[in-house]
Design a protein around this ligand. Sequence first.
Ligand code: DQA
Length: 151
Amino acid sequence: MKVLLIAGPNLNILGQRQPEIYGTQTLAEIEELVRKRAEEWGVSIRPYHSNHEGAIIDFIQQEGGADGLIINPGALSHYGYALRDAIEAFAGGKMEVHLSNVHARESFRQNLVTAPVMDGVVCGLGWRGYLAALDALVPMLQERAQKQVKP
Ligand code: DQA
């Protein structure tokens, strides 16, 4: 099973960026934590980061055969309709993660245009949210795969 781990704009500077909000872990550290947890599930992780919406869309389209994706779209979550459409077209399982609790922040962050096309959304749990998303996604995908083979 293969899961895409996608990070949107400004998540490449995690660790230095407002650590009081986003924590002190770097993106590479989070990716490694997810990779290790995925290994326990017997799942392979394909990490990707871009500051550009179109590049993320290209990546999702290229990797369309993956079983699932976990994405923190950064601020694109609030206005990225093209990204939303690309995620909607992706056939696998989809989880959105936000490190911060966006519902407790500025009003523009409380509108998530990507969230309605997801299977689940995790926010406010910091780096742990990525592991929570993976721990929910993998059994969900396994369950779907089992249902598909049933007559
Ligand atoms: C974020 C929340 C977004 O509002 C913000 O633009 C980010 C990070 C989060 O992980 O909490 O870049 O997605």
